[in-house]
Design a protein around this ligand. Structure first.
Ligand SMILES: O=C1O[C@H](COP(=O)(O)O)[C@@H](O)[C@H](O)[C@H]1O
Length: 265
């Protein structure tokens, strides 16, 4: 790893290459899975879409494909595009083709949205599904709110600073009553999406944000550095787990505009 630093309840890991990042990410997810299975017997993980899935690809290779206890994984999505599961824009399809089909995850443990209803219905149904899984204790409950406490929520970040499908200046950022909400006006296509709300993201035991590429460097700076109140508030800055651990994984271009004073070699 090129640089790492812990600052303000978060850890930042900056990697020399995408290959190094992918290995570190696979190691970290495997460690969290092992710890959670040891403690609770299960691992409740929420995925995102985008570049994250290919960066998780090493989990499908040795040693992880054999050492991870895949049968104990319960898989959810932090956000999903309201399109058919066979559509190229589907986050489910991306994860299915890039990860879930390549490892022995139990199909009934994979909880994707209903793709044949409206965005609003899909969000309501998905929240209902999560509530049932919480009742069965496969997902824990937060100690500080009524929210589900996922063992791990994995997020990417767009160059506008969006995480999951929480976009800058969107009213969905203020949603505190629902666990899952919907939008029909996403600035990034496709327009109809469902997304975990901030209280759910911030109730997780672990949140990982994975960001690569220089097009995201400015948003990384706005999300993490001590910028003034006149700077735009990017959604990624609002990812602040209440008691859970937050780790950011970067390649060097994505971290190139970060204030370097918080790192050590
Ligand atoms: O639209 C989305 O974008 C973000 C970021 O994607 P990336 O390809 O720039 O990494 C992703 O995390 C989110 O799940 C997805 O729906």
């Amino acid at each position: 790893m090129a640089l790492s630093g812990a600052h303000k309840d978060r850890e930042l890991r900056i990697h020399e290459s995408l290959d190094e990042l992918s290995t570190d990410l696979a190691d970290y997810i495997a460690e969290l899975s092992e710890a959670s299975v040891k403690e609770r017997g299960v691992f409740a993980i929420a995925l995102s879409g985008g570049s994250l899935i290919s960066l998780m690809g090493k989990l499908c290779e040795a040693p992880y494909n054999k050492t991870v206890d895949w049968a104990r994984w319960y898989v959810f999505w932090a956000d999903e595009r309201v399109v058919a599961k066979s559509h190229a824009d589907s986050n489910y399809k991306l994860a299915r083709d890039g990860l879930l089909f390549k490892v022995p995850i139990v199909p009934s443990h994979v909880h994707s949205i209903n793709d044949s209803v409206s965005a609003e219905e899909a969000a309501n149904e998905y929240e209902f599904v999560i509530r049932q899984v919480v009742k069965s204790r496969i997902i824990s409950v937060s100690d500080t709110s009524d929210c589900p406490k996922f063992d791990l929520i994995l997020l990417g970040m767009g160059s506008d600073g969006h995480v999951a499908s929480l976009f800058p200046n969107h009213s969905a950022l203020e949603e505190t009553d629902e666990w899952v909400t919907f939008i029909t006006d996403s600035p990034k296509p496709p327009p109809e999406r469902i997304t975990f709300t901030l209280p759910v993201i911030n109730s997780a035991s672990n949140v990982v944000v994975v960001v690569t590429g220089d097009s995201k460097a400015e948003a990384v700076h706005l999300a993490l550095d001590d910028v003034g109140p006149d700077c735009p508030l990017v959604p990624a800055r609002m990812v602040q787990p209440t008691t859970g651990k937050l780790v950011w994984f970067f390649d060097k271009p994505a971290a190139s505009k970060l204030d370097g004073s918080q790192f050590s070699k």
